[in-house]
Design a protein around this ligand. Structure first.
Ligand code: C2O
Length: 585
């Protein structure tokens, strides 16, 4: 990769600083990837039990030890090849709320057959659920290391779950003897309100709530059976917060807008790099991987909303350990997968998979419908059509969040930087964070002034260089070294120039930058150490703040069981939104 920079005549010192920052970023990227390697399939014979403890639950309140180890004895192994999995029938995944009785019967029959298989059959529901548990709770180590292999909180979140659904759906289809059988997607992003609550996207599909059917799960929030409540993507721990359906819909739309529309690079949307040697609980400030906005801002809230609040860690759906024991998990993830697909078609930015070899060549393990253990690479997840899978369009619902226009909050006018400084005594946060930086406890609310570097003002430049004009650079907020317990639901909501924001502040305004919600994935007391990145440029534009030197950033913390959260620092940086032809960033 060549760092060819073309500087215009208007170059200023601050412009140079921005360029230096971009060069340094590119250098660090190259140097850190040069010695790393893609994740290899783990040694499936070496497995340990998953241990989950809950800090605060009223039912079932002991340490949960789960054996999620996967079967391998006498199981044939193969490397994935498309030749072995030709597309013979199109699989069209439809919106769950539009399913007819015939499909519902079929879906139930498929899970009935899967649940009837013996627990050591790799196609059984027990093993299917354990595949998810095994790769999120410490059952397996990265090959030849002592580091846990984990498929959330990084760029593997999307390809891993897509391949997981692919094989899961093939098994269901083969058990039914119907090669065209496809999963449904739970269309919770669809905010079209109607009195016909049996047929709206954003509640729990009615047929999943019928007791004693194969797709029912008793370990859910009982208040969230259909029609009683709209799904709230925003995680609120205070059950007393009641909003009108319109307010819930507006909040959902802004979350979706901030997560899918303004997050316009793979880094922000899909998540950061995870390679051989990446340790989620022991990374440094500068290399901590991050989860993308679809995972942390959108997907996690549905897990929280669905799980049983009276059970340890809100199982089943509320904790990665048990989430896939609820058949609705697969409908939830089909929608996550659909939204990934929709995201690639939205205008602007670079909406493609990373081109880094450590992404493309990473290996995962799944079982197919013929009970083979299949080693498959992340790159095979890039093209749904190769899988014969497509999603029935949900255009009307999608358009609501695509075209959402968050407005500045009423009553939040005036100079918020001056107000925060003068009235609240808020200080500027150091943006030069390194691995020795001291932890900053967030409490339930943390506000700081953050410097806004000047935007580069040069124009021109070809795609292979780092030169860029205004259109190609976007302000991104990085919350560095977020350190939190993996035993607890933690929700961080971020606001710009709203220093008085708290957990009751509505999130449908332009001041709302995004959220990061961590679904618990306990692993014997291990912590999660991560950087959280959020697109900020769109907020600044809508609030007219692009030319400021400084903004106020407020992080509202909701840790359901109250475990403390700290960060090391915050900074605003520029990120190129162009697709680089020479290297992925
Ligand atoms: Cu692997 Cu929704 O989680």
């Amino acid at each position: 990769m060549s760092l060819h920079l073309s500087l215009g005549a208007t170059t200023t010192t601050r412009t140079l600083l921005v360029l230096l920052q971009l060069m340094l970023g590119a250098y660090l990227l190259i140097s850190s990837s040069a010695c790393a390697k893609p994740i290899q399939a783990p040694d499936i014979r070496k497995c340990q039990k998953a241990i989950a403890t809950s800090p605060n639950a009223t039912v079932d309140n002991t340490t949960m030890t789960l054996d999620c180890c996967l079967p391998w004895h006498d199981i044939p192994r193969r490397n994935f090849s498309w030749d072995d999995y030709p597309v013979t029938h199109a699989k069209v995944r439809r919106a769950a709320h539009k399913a007819d009785e015939e499909y519902i019967a079929k879906l139930n029959r498929a899970y009935e057959l899967m649940k009837a298989l013996p627990d050591d059959d790799p196609r059984s529901f027990a093993v299917q659920a354990n595949i998810h548990c095994a790769f999120c709770d410490g059952s397996y180590k990265q090959l030849d290391t002592n580091i846990t292999l984990h498929v959330h909180f990084s760029w593997f979140f999307m390809p891993w779950h897509r391949l997981y659904l692919y094989f899961h759906e093939r098994i269901l289809a083969s058990l039914l003897g119907d090669p065209s059988f496809a999963l449904v997607y739970w269309n919770w992003d669809n905010q079209i309100l109607s009195n016909d609550t049996d047929h709206i996207g954003n509640n729990m599909p009615r047929y999943f709530t019928v007791k004693d059917t194969p797709i029912f799960d008793a370990k859910r929030d009982r208040d969230h059976a259909p029609a009683s409540e709209l799904l709230r993507i925003n995680v609120v721990s205070d059950a007393a917060i009641t909003d009108t359906p319109e307010e819930i819909a507006e909040e959902n739309l802004n979350i979706l807008y901030q997560s899918l529309v303004t997050a316009n690079t793979a880094d922000m949307f899909m998540g950061g790099a995870y390679r051989q040697g990446t340790d989620l609980s022991n990374s440094s400030v500068t290399d901590a991987p991050l989860g993308g906005s679809l995972e942390l801002n959108v997907h996690s809230g549905i897990h929280y909303w669905t799980g049983d609040p009276n059970r340890k860690l809100r199982s089943d759906m509320g904790v990665f350990t048990t989430a896939a024991r609820d058949p609705i998990f697969y409908a939830h993830h089909a929608n996550v997968d659909r939204l990934w697909d929709v995201w690639t078609t939205l205008p602007g930015g670079c909406r493609k998979d990373p081109t880094d070899e450590d992404y493309l060549e990473a290996e995962f393990l799944f079982y197919d419908e013929n009970q083979n253990l299949v080693k498959v690479k992340a790159k095979e997840a890039m093209d749904l059509s190769k899988m014969g899978v497509s999603y029935e369009a949900a255009t009307e619902g999608d358009e609501l969040w695509r075209n959402f226009e968050p407005k500045a909050a009423a009553g939040n006018e005036g100079n918020q930087v001056e107000y925060a400084k003068g009235k609240m005594g808020i200080k500027e946060i150091s943006t030069a964070v390194d691995n020795n930086a001291k932890a900053i406890a967030l409490g339930s609310n943390f506000t700081a002034l953050v410097k806004l570097p000047a935007k580069i003002s040069t124009t021109a430049g070809d795609q292979s260089s780092l030169s860029a004009n205004d259109e190609q650079l976007d302000e991104v907020l990085v919350i560095q070294g977020v350190d939190l317990s993996r035993d607890d639901y933690v929700n961080l909501k971020v606001f710009v120039n709203m220093p008085t924001a708290d957990s009751n502040t509505p999130i449908y305004t332009a001041e709302y930058v995004g959220s990061a919600t961590i679904v618990p994935s306990p692993e014997a007391g291990k912590r999660l150490f991560t950087n959280v990145k959020m697109e900020l440029g769109d907020n600044l534009k809508r609030l007219g703040l692009q030319d400021e030197d400084m903004v106020v950033i407020t992080i509202v913390v909701d840790a359901i069981s109250g475990s403390p959260v700290s960060i090391r620092g915050m900074k605003i940086q520029y990120q190129s939104t162009m697709c680089s032809t020479s290297s992925s960033t």
